[in-house]
Structures are given as structure tokens and as C-alpha cells.
Design a protein around this ligand. Structure first.
Ligand SMILES: NC(=O)c1ccc[n+]([C@@H]2O[C@H](COP(=O)([O-])OP(=O)(O)OC[C@H]3O[C@@H](n4cnc5c(N)ncnc54)[C@H](O)[C@@H]3O)[C@@H](O)[C@H]2O)c1
Length: 372
């Protein structure tokens, strides 16, 4: 198979889908790897390193024309739609529910789209979301540290314990991978941290690994309201079901928060848990609603490309290799967890959540793959 790895063109996106060790794996399995010139530079990987591993460096047009599988990091942007064609395999974070124009383009051009974020494991977890979630949670809290500073129009609060001074309060909603990542940094800097989740088992697990002074609360309106009143920083790390049309923190509830407090929405779902969230970019990351600064960058890991690129490739490579070695059809047919990632198949949308959210017709992956 010819695997093509483009340079990402999203705002301040410095990650790349593959590292040189990944190229070597494809080559030793008998495949060809094309990499767009300079694609790795944002992650400090030179073209020479890729060439030494066996890849060919090509320009953008050749890359998309020859590639049988496009292996990338982020969704397709409108400038990239012209490269789509029937049967082209796309393996990346697609987020079809968030990007309607991309969904139209994928359906119209009859691509086979497999999204990292929808692939599941036997425990109902999301193995290709995990590595970036940890980095987004930790990175999200590092951004809170930055935007709490007066220099960045914050209230001028140092998010750390300083003797003789009130300790800052941090509320984290969602104790999953991202929430735990954010908590690790917030807690170890000495902040007073409360974590809310509806999954009591998850809270119990967290109890055993974080210091005893971390408050672990069941996520309900009463506990949330109390936290909103006292918190300096709210970090949202809930995986909000894509079909839900309500919000957990409404615009009105922001009035409960202290003036100048900060929301970091790692989950970044428009129409998600926080009504006032709208996705922002690293170029223009924050905005104010009801006096509260919101940080809602939807590609936080891009700020840490060296860490993120290696972490992402570690997780995606085994799946990309399966697509190349077995063919997507066999790999998807034989593995029901991998199959969850199939979102587009020759003109059909195959992700229920996006169908429901965007009021579009959809089929199941089993229907389109003729699995009885
Ligand atoms: N901004 C970015 O760059 C970026 C990067 C990676 C992931 N993310 C997003 O981060 C979010 C979290 O990902 P994750 O891997 O940590 O998910 P996860 O499934 O590990 O954790 C989500 C947690 O939210 C909890 N939850 C669900 N409903 C809740 C409620 N009403 N109140 C409190 N908690 C609730 C769940 O029980 C779970 O523990 C996802 O939306 C993901 O898309 C964003």
C-alpha cells in the first residue's frame, strides 16, 4: 500500500502523523511511505530522518495523487477537499459531528473515512483518544496557568500554593484521562482541587492515586453550583455525548462564578457541557462571556508537538499497519472495536452520532460492510 503523510495545515498545528520508527515499520512490511516535504519540521523531525527510515519526500500534489491511505492528524480543511476521491482511505481525527462541510465533502467524494477518536477497545475506552487526552488535560491546565496571569489579561493569580496567601481553587469536571491529567498538575502545584464525575468507580480509582486533600464529588447540580461559586478555574474534561442538545453549565450559571475567573474547556464541544463554549485557535485562544474568560482551543496537544507526535504515533501505528497489511475491509470486518471508527464508506455516513446531530441519513458499519 502507498501511505501518504501530509503536512498539517490547521492553525498552529505542528504535529505529524508518523515518526521515523513508524516509517521503518511500514517499509519492513513491504509498503511505500510518501511524506510531504517539511511535514515533520514542526515536531523537530527532518526530511533526512524520514529518508533514512525509507520514506520518499514528495510535494503535496504528488502525495495526495499517489497515496492510497492518507494518514494524518487533524480533520480535512476546505483547501484539502480537492484531493478527495472515491475509495481513498483516510485515517485521522475526523470529528465529523463538528465539521459539517467536511462531512459533506467526504460523502460526496465517496471516501473511506476511519476516525481515530471513534475506535474503541474491549472496555469501551477510546485508545486513540487517550494519548492526546492526557496531553490536552495537562496542557489545558498549563494554559490556565498562563491565562490566569495579568500579562495575558487574567486576574493575575498564580495557580500554585504560596505561603501566607489564599490557595487558588480549581474545579475539574470529568475524571477521565484528560481530567486526571489536568488534576495531576493542578494538585501537585498545591492548588485546592475538586473533581466531579458521574462515574463513582472512576472517582474511587482517582482517590487512590491523588493526594487525600483532593475533593472528589459526585457530579450533580448542587455540587456543581457550590464549586462554580468558589472556583478560580474551571476545567471541563467531560466526554459529552454528541447527540445531547442540552448543556450542563448554562450561560445563566456563569453569573454564579467570581468575576474574572477562567474556564478552560478541554472537551471543546460546541453545544456541549458548557453552553458558552465555541472552539478557538492557538492564534486567538480566549474570549470573554458574562465576564468569564474562556479558553477553548480544540487542538491543545499541537502546542506540545514533540511530545504529542511521538505519543500519537505510538497509538495509531498498529491500526494503520493493520489497514495496510490486511486491507481496510478485512481489518474492519474482523474487529468490531476497530469498526466503530468507520465513519464514511463510499458515499454513506456510518456514524450514528453525527447522523443524529446533523439530522442526516446514516447506515451502520455492519450494513455497509455486509456483516450479518
Ligand atoms: N482540546 C483538545 O485538544 C482535546 C484533545 C484530546 C481530547 N479532548 C477531549 O477531551 C474530552 C475528554 O476526553 P477523555 O479521553 O478524558 O474522556 P474520558 O472518557 O476518559 O473521560 C470523560 C469523563 O467524563 C465523565 N462524565 C460524563 N458525564 C459527566 C457529567 N455529567 N459530569 C461529570 N463527569 C461526567 C465520564 O464519567 C468520564 O470519566 C473529550 O471530549 C475529548 O474529545 C480534547
Amino acid at each position: 500500500m502507498i501511505i501518504s503523510v501530509p503536512k498539517e495545515i490547521k492553525n498552529n498545528e505542528y504535529r505529524v502523523a508518523i515518526v521515523p520508527a513508524g516509517v521503518s515499520e511500514f517499509i519492513s512490511n513491504g509498503h511505500e511511505v510518501l511524506i510531504e516535504k517539511g511535514a515533520g519540521l514542526g515536531s523537530s523531525i527532518s526530511d533526512e530522518e524520514y529518508i533514512n527510515a525509507g520514506a520518499q519526500i514528495v510535494d503535496r500534489n504528488e502525495l495526495f495523487q499517489k497515496g492510497e491511505m492518507i494518514y494524518k492528524v487533524k480533520e480535512f480543511l476546505p483547501e484539502e477537499f480537492k484531493y478527495l476521491r472515491e475509495g481513498l482511505v483516510i485515517f485521522t481525527y475526523i470529528h465529523s459531528n463538528a465539521f459539517k462541510a467536511q462531512t459533506d465533502a467526504f460523502i460526496e467524494n465517496k471516501v473511506v473515512g476511519i476516525s481515530y477518536e471513534d475506535i474503541e477497545d474491549e472496555n469501551g475506552g477510546f485508545p486513540l483518544l487517550k494519548p492526546m487526552s492526557e496531553i490536552a488535560g495537562k496542557g489545558g491546565f498549563l494554559m490556565a496557568i498562563q491565562y490566569a496571569q495579568r500579562l495575558h489579561k487574567g486576574k493575575g493569580l498564580m495557580l500554585a500554593k504560596v505561603h501566607g496567601v489564599r490557595t487558588p481553587e480549581v474545579t475539574i469536571i470529568g475524571a477521565g484521562i484528560a481530567g486526571f491529567g489536568a488534576a495531576e498538575i493542578a494538585v501537585y502545584l498545591g492548588n485546592k482541587v475538586a473533581i466531579l464525575d458521574i462515574d463513582l468507580d472512576r472517582l474511587e480509582k482517582v482517590k487512590h492515586v491523588l493526594p487525600p486533600n483532593v475533593e472528589l464529588l459526585y457530579s450533580n447540580k448542587e455540587n456543581l453550583t457550590e464549586c462554580l461559586k468558589r472556583t478560580d478555574v474551571l476545567v471541563n474534561c467531560i466526554l459529552w455525548p454528541k447527540w445531547r442538545k442540552d448543556s450542563m453549565i448554562t450561560r445563566d450559571m456563569l453569573k454564579l462564578m467570581k468575576p474574572d475567573s477562567l474556564i478552560v474547556d478541554v472537551s471543546c464541544d460546541e453545544g456541549g457541557a458548557i453552553e458558552t463554549c465555541r472552539a478557538t485557535s492557538h492564534d486567538d485562544p480566549v474570549y470573554i462571556e458574562e465576564g468569564i474568560m474562556h479558553y477553548c482551543v480544540d487542538n491543545v496537544p499541537a502546542a506540545f508537538p514533540q511530545t504529542s507526535t511521538y505519543s500519537l504515533c505510538n497509538s495509531t501505528l498498529p491500526y494503520a499497519l493493520r489497514i495496510a497489511n490486511e486491507g481496510y475491509e478485512k481489518a474492519l470486518k474482523e474487529d468490531k472495536y476497530f469498526r466503530k471508527g468507520l465513519c464514511f464508506y463510499f458515499g454513506d455516513l456510518t456514524l450514528e452520532e453525527t447522523g443524529k446531530k446533523q439530522n442526516r441519513p446514516y447506515k451502520t458499519p455492519e450494513e455497509v460492510l455486509n456483516i450479518t
